[in-house]
Design a protein around this ligand. Sequence first.
Ligand SMILES: *C/C=C(C)/C=C/C=C(C)/C=C/C1=C(C)CCCC1(C)C
Length: 258
Amino acid sequence: MLNKSVNVWQKAGIVGLFALGSSSVFASTMLQSGDFVGYSFWLISMALAASTIFFLMEALRMGGKWATSLTVSALVTFIAAFHYMYMREVWVSTGTSPTDFRYIDWLLTVPLLMIEFYLILAAIAKVSGGIFWRLLIGTLVMLVPGYMGEAGYLNVTVGFVIGMLGWFYILYEIFAGEASKVAASQATPAVQKSYNLMKWTVTIGWAIYPIGYFLGYMAGGTDQGTLNIVYNLADVLNKIAFGLFIWYAANEDTAAKA
Ligand SMILES: *C/C=C(C)/C=C/C=C(C)/C=C/C1=C(C)CCCC1(C)C
């Protein structure tokens, strides 16, 4: 029964994506040739939409304990695909892309990405809910002051420093805290591999955002076009590859049980 209703929701999601994708393409302002920032917005929106379909189909195929992690991966790419289509439209019609827009996406997608650490461990071991809550709180401490700093509600440096502390706290949890201990002692080799890839994505892939903040607000400003291309391409790693790392563990685990 549960599986059946999950099935219906996933199919509805896939149909919805086709509708969204096509309406967004037909209603959009014309992309000028040579607009590389615009190209990068198109590229990432389409890659995210396609990844969503893939993750949903694979969640359907594998089912069981992995359905949740794969569906959450699909939610991340779905929210971002929608969001990027909007940002792309704003860029193409105005030639600007306020960073504020990204925070709306981050507020939803970053906590979901964090929850994935809990979910992949929960799929193979007994884990405490504390992991879930600590990672969620770390995310909010990182994003809320960061936004307040960028939007002028908080001193730029104070927002940056508090946000960095939130990020370091997340890194501590996944490198040395309870989550890392569960991963090291109870996870299967495939889950360990994907846990490590996810952990390094949060370290290296995510560093692009505080660097962008620092360069943009504390070191005299950056070229907005370049910054947007870098942010757009970074999401191939931070959202799509991150989901594929989870898919890898799910696929290995499912194949081992078949
Ligand atoms: C899919 C989007 C992702 C993974 C976005 C991640 C965003 C961050 C890691 C932002 C980090 C920041 C800091 C560490 C310091 C304060 C400023 C922020 C919010 C840009």
